[in-house]
Each structure stands twice: as structure tokens, then as C-alpha cells.
Ligand binder design. Structure first.
Ligand SMILES: Nc1nc2c(ncn2[C@@H]2O[C@H](COP(=O)(O)OP(=O)(O)OP(=O)(O)O)[C@@H](O)[C@H]2O)c(=O)[nH]1
Ligand SMILES: [Mg+2]
Length: 324
């Protein structure tokens, strides 16, 4: 309770100690007052009932608050319905919780329940058969505010810690952004360090759908350029369904050419959050690459031992880096 240890009534050797044997107390009438305290609770019980903080998704304001105390890598996740956005997040969670994600270890998450909610579907197997749908269509309780998932990871080699803020948005948000340029809900993209554009790999391989997907990526890039006034952060084209086939070089070249028309470049990362053929491509394929591609900006410089005026009683040495 941060009181001076010398005044502690239970300290051995303190004058008038309450821990002294009863015979001394009886002999010393001045000690009678200390008697009722024996056996009473040592600490005062808190007035408010303690409860665990909610670990569901964070709103943008909670992310902003978190950003005030540490560097948070905000990731924008865009993509049509059913492209595999939620699957990537669920797979990331399942991989990291089983220590299967190469080079990264789990350090913390303030939104564990939210991760649990999206990963639950993948666990409900039916008599040994995987569920038909590993994740379900994303719907938000608030249609105007994105819900973020938080995860802190530590890098195996350099001990680097990254805090990721990952929004799980319905595909309609992207559809409406491209179609009607409804951008009010995407305010948070202005603070994003990386934007993932998630594409269904099977649609890209399909001759009839391919051109549509590629030109929509171009339109989306155009919208982002306008919305962010030309300051588009690093783009990652996440191509899902790697288990159904590898995206061909010709197709990735066409995607890159489409972006180049808008003066943008992107890193292409093929992934398979889940897999229909675990022998060939393991579920979780490429998720480590995706995290790597999203975190390899130069980390903000950290002053090793910042100068500050000493303050009486401040436990600077013990407190240093505790909040990082
Ligand atoms: N086999 C396989 N299935 C995948 C892959 N990626 C996504 N899926 C499945 O595709 C379906 C749709 O994926 P979601 O992640 O829910 O799609 P979404 O982009 O979040 O869709 P909305 O929430 O509707 O916008 C789910 O059943 C996933 O399990 C993949 O790489 N391989
Ligand atoms: Mg979803």
C-alpha cells in the first residue's frame, strides 16, 4: 500500500508490534487498542466490484487512445465480400495461438473475445469433417464504425514488438467505396501504415471473372488515391485460396500494371488461411509473409535512455519500458 515500511505494525521488531505474543499484549495495557486489529482483513476491500475489461472489438477512439501510449501499426483491410478478409484474421489468430507462425510470438491481445468469435467457426467440425465455411460473413453491430482487433507480437530474432490494429469489415464497405465512393467510414485509413487489398485467388484464375477483379483493384486504388490525397500507404495485395492454385505471373503482372496506371506499387502475397488440401498447402500458408510485409517499415526511433528531470519517488528505473 506504498506506506513507509518502518511504520508497518506487523513488522518484526517494531515497537508495539501486533505480531508480538499475547502475553506481551496483556502485560502492556497500551497495546489493548491493537488487539481488535488482529485477524481483521489486512487490506481494505475495494468499493467498486472489479471486472475484467471487455475484450471485444475496439472502436476507433479506443485505438486512438492506445496510439497515444505506444506505436500501433494500423492495417486497413479492404476486399469484396467472401474474398477471405476474416479468414486471414482467424488464421492469424489460430496460427499464433498454436505457436505456428514463423518468426513471431504472441505477446498480448486486448480483443481476445473478438478473435475467438471469428475463429470459432473453424473449430466446429462435423464428425471429423471440416466445416463447409470456416468463417461467416462479417456483419457489424454499428454500420458506421469499424471494429478493430488488437494483437501484439514479438519478433523472434530482434525482439521487436509490434502492436497491430486490424479491422474486420464487411465486404460491402469496399463494394460501396468503389461503387459510390462512400468514404465516411474509412476515416481511419488516413492513419493506416499498410493497406491490405484482399482478392479471391479463385476469381483471379477464372477467365470470366479475372478482368472484372483486376479493373476493380484499379478503381479501388483510384478511390484510395483521392480519399488519402495521394498519400497512399504501403499496399499489399493479399491473394487468398493459394490452396486452389498459385497465382500466375501473368496475372500478378496485370495487377501491378493496373496499379502502376495510378502511380502505385504493391507487394503481392499469396495466402491460404485455410486449405482444402493440407498435404500440398498447409492451412495458414503465407500468413507469416503477410505479417512480415506489413511490419517491415523502419520502426520509429526509440531513444535508449531518454533524458528527464529526476522526480522524487518516481521509479524510473523499474518503470522504464514497462509500457512498451
Ligand atoms: N480453402 C480456403 N478457403 C478460404 C480461403 N480464404 C477464405 N476461405 C473461405 O472462404 C469463405 C469466405 O471467407 P471470409 O474470410 O469469411 O470472407 P470475407 O472477405 O471476410 O467476407 P465478408 O465478411 O462477407 O466481407 C470462408 O468460408 C473461408 O473459410 C483459402 O485460402 N482457402
Ligand atoms: Mg468477413
Amino acid at each position: 500500500m506504498e506506506r513507509d515500511p518502518a511504520t508497518c505494525e506487523h513488522r518484526v521488531g517494531n515497537a508495539g508490534s501486533a505480531t508480538a505474543s499475547g502475553s506481551i499484549s496483556e502485560a502492556d495495557p497500551s497495546n489493548q487498542t491493537a488487539l481488535p486489529a488482529i485477524g481483521a482483513p489486512v487490506l481494505v476491500s475495494p468499493t467498486s466490484t472489479s471486472s475484467f475489461p471487455s475484450s471485444r472489438t475496439f472502436g476507433p477512439d479506443a485505438i486512438t487512445k492506445m496510439m497515444a501510449s505506444r506505436y500501433v501499426t494500423v492495417i486497413g483491410i479492404l476486399g469484396d465480400p467472401e474474398s477471405g478478409k476474416t479468414a486471414c484474421l482467424a488464421s492469424l489468430y489460430l496460427m499464433i495461438s498454436n505457436a505456428e507462425l514463423a518468426r513471431w510470438k504472441f505477446a498480448d491481445s486486448k480483443t481476445l473475445m473478438a478473435f475467438e468469435d471469428i475463429a470459432r467457426g473453424a473449430r466446429e467440425w462435423n464428425a471429423g469433417n471440416p466445416p463447409e465455411q470456416m468463417t461467416v460473413h462479417t456483419e457489424l453491430s454499428d454500420e458506421r464504425r469499424p471494429g478493430f482487433l488488437h494483437m501484439r507480437l514479438v519478433h523472434d530474432l530482434d525482439g521487436r514488438r509490434v502492436d497491430l490494429a486490424l479491422p474486420d469489415l464487411p465486404g460491402e464497405w469496399t463494394t460501396e467505396l468503389v461503387g459510390t465512393s462512400r468514404a465516411d467510414r474509412f476515416e481511419f485509413l488516413k492513419a493506416a501504415d499498410v493497406i491490405w487489398v484482399v482478392l479471391d485467388g479463385r476469381a483471379l484464375e477464372n477467365k470470366e471473372r479475372r478482368q472484372g477483379v483486376i479493373s476493380r483493384v484499379g478503381q479501388l486504388a483510384g478511390r484510395l488515391g483521392t480519399m488519402l490525397a495521394g498519400k497512399v500507404p504501403k499496399l499489399v495485395l493479399v491473394i487468398t485460396h493459394r490452396d486452389s492454385g498459385k497465382p500466375s505471373v501473368a496475372i500478378t503482372a496485370r495487377l501491378e500494371a493496373e496499379l502502376a496506371k495510378r502511380g502505385l506499387t504493391a507487394t503481392v502475397v499469396p495466402v491460404a488461411p485455410f486449405s482444402i488440401d493440407d498435404e500440398q498447402i498447409k492451412a495458414g500458408f503465407g500468413i507469416d509473409e503477410l505479417i512480415e510485409a506489413s511490419t517491415t517499415g523502419a520502426p520509429p526511433p526509440v531513444e535508449f535512455w531518454p533524458r528527464s528531470d529526476p522526480m522524487e519517488g518516481a521509479r524510473s528505473y523499474i518503470g522504464y519500458r514497462r509500457d512498451r
